[in-house]
Design a protein around this ligand. Sequence first.
Ligand code: CP
Ligand code: NVA
Length: 304
Amino acid sequence: MNLKGRDFLTLLEFKRQELEEIINLAQKMKNGKEKNIGNKTMCMLFQKPSTRTRISFEAGMTQLGGHAIYLDFRTTQLGRGETIADTGRVLSRYSDIIMARLYKQSDIEELAKASDVPVINALTDLYHPCQTMADMMTVKEKRGQIRELKVVFVGDCGFNMCNSTIIGFSKLGADVTAVCPDKKEYKPSPDIIKAATEHASGKISIEHDPIAGVKDADVIYTDTWVSMGQENAEQRIKDLQPYQVNNNLIRHAKPDCIVMHCLPAHRGQEITNEVIDGPHSVVFDEAENRLHVQKAIIVSLLGV
Ligand code: CP
Ligand code: NVA
């Protein structure tokens, strides 16, 4: 596998085998395999807040023998109107790899186009590919496989986390069901379903009844009902209430199902304390795996 120089923007652009090799490398590195990228620098550009992503990339670069620089829009010239493209050209002169968390997917595509070094998508409104890589690694770790599992995403299925879950898990052979209200804003867009289906080896479906949706699930996934940048919080919380992941819902899944959440969680909204702190939850292993899988992504894109 040679991924040197590639960008990591959507998951759609990588073959199943390439994603599996990154996950296998991440697992080996988690188990002690050492990699050293030697004095390489990553610029990390943030337009939205972050806890896990910032810290895991920064710690990952330190562990790999490199260095990470945190930049945000407010304290750089981006805040005064310098373009994303000019910023990308300049950052490429100083650093070996760039990661960015931006609102618009088109902006990260523009950043990648203007940059001479690999660009990693650290979340946009449309995708969160690094999170899904960590999620797939976690499922493989817990279950030994992804193929033929039933993965059910419950709640807001019209935003980044569900989009990447559909694309990643179906590509690696799981059947993915999106369970959400029958309203346009909560459903995966037809474009996402079409793009994912072209690359999928598992089935993709949409269901509106939460109990029917989670029936026999191996994995139940949820995310906040009000993502960064979304409006009408009160209405969204009301609409999504029947989709709360609680003990009553998860008893309809397989008895050994695992429950996942990208975090941050809004305890008592999309997930209850009893579930997130209960025996099915793997959310903190999932958060840890961000570190391992991102180190494997960095090593792969740098060609080390
Ligand atoms: N899951 C995730 O990306 O978390 P942060 O927003 O804290 O980075
Ligand atoms: N959907 C959430 C994910 C946070 C990691 C958001 O965009 O806010």
